[in-house]
Design a protein around this ligand. Structure first.
Ligand code: HEM
Ligand SMILES: *[C@@H]1O[C@H](CO)[C@@H](O)[C@H](O)[C@H]1NC(C)=O
Ligand SMILES: *[C@@H]1O[C@H](CO)[C@@H](O)[C@H](O)[C@H]1NC(C)=O
Ligand SMILES: *[C@@H]1O[C@H](CO)[C@@H](O)[C@H](O)[C@H]1NC(C)=O
Length: 212
């Protein structure tokens, strides 16, 4: 089923939304206290999203993203709108004992340039490198609504399901210390249906403050 979704993502997402089929599950993070809706791909990379209970449709509400990546992976990316192009991309990689988060948007099928329409604050708790994984936890303003009148405005409806996508590569990025580094094309991409109601946190702001 995952392979089918990876190949026929767009079609599967429409059918899936109609059937209420969801690929994400609930994950309560013991470290930060956030309740996330998470998707874990075939490589064991976990993509997690938390949103406030006050989130509304067509509103640029703040979200928390957490990505946990096996240490051997060069870079991993989350596409908030479920495609490579014209949606916020959250890219992560490891730099020694630090985790680097890079904000990108692709306008074609080439290395995505920096994107300043999404602003991240990395949370100290929930961001670490250990023997097996690197993980980042960050707030994002600009990850739940994007676009303009030319390309169209897209927003994540907190009461519904939406298609998200991932990409990763085994190869390390060119300059790990630089969040604007170039990197090479993915080894694998995939799409899934993410349930946003599962990601709702009643104490969102307090939990952000606690982990800052
Ligand atoms: C060096 C950087 C990258 C290059 C050169 C690249 C190139 C490409 C190419 C050539 C395709 C196939 C297009 C097609 O067959 O129609 C593709 C698809 C895709 N890429 Fe990338 N890519 C890069 C980075 C990324 C990143 C950072 C993401 C973040 C999640 C990403 C997500 C995707 C997805 C989800 C697809 C499937 C098509 C879609 O849903 O838009 N790519 N990429
Ligand atoms: C890199 O980090 C700086 C400082 O935090 C930030 O202003 C910039 O937007 C980041 N660039 C990318 C591509 O994430
Ligand atoms: C290492 O980090 C991963 C991802 O955050 C986590 O699941 C795992 O429990 C951590 N391992 C140890 C020994 O703390
Ligand atoms: C949470 O904090 C944001 C600013 O970071 C603010 O706009 C929002 O009103 C706060 N929400 C609540 C429920 O206090």
């Amino acid at each position: 089923m995952r392979g089918f979704l990876a190949v026929l993502g767009a079609v599967a997402s429409l059918a899936g939304a109609a059937l209420g089929q969801v690929d994400s599950s609930k994950y309560v993070d013991p470290e930060t206290g956030f309740t996330f809706s998470q998707y874990v791909n075939e490589k064991g990379i976990a993509f997690r999203v938390a949103i406030p209970a006050t989130a509304k449709a067509n509103d640029n509400y703040e979200a928390v993203v957490q990505i946990a990546v096996p240490i051997a992976v060069g870079w991993a990316g989350l596409a908030w709108g479920g495609s490579m192009t014209y949606n916020p991309l959250t890219i992560v990689w490891v730099n020694g004992k630090d985790v680097v988060l890079s904000s990108r948007m692709a306008y074609g099928y080439y290395v995505p340039p920096a994107y300043d329409g999404a602003v991240y604050t990395v949370l100290k708790t929930g961001t670490h490198v250990n023997a097996t994984h690197y993980q980042v936890t960050a707030t994002c303003v600009g990850c739940t609504l994007w676009g303009d009148t030319d390309t169209g405005i897209t927003a994540i409806d907190p009461t519904a399901q939406g298609t998200m996508a991932f990409a990763y590569a085994a190869a390390p990025v060119t300059t790990p210390s630089n969040n604007a580094s170039s990197f090479s094309i993915h080894d694998l991409i995939g799409h899934w249906i993410h349930d946003f109601p599962t990601a709702v946190n009643a104490n969102f702001n307090a939990t952000v403050a606690k982990n800052a």
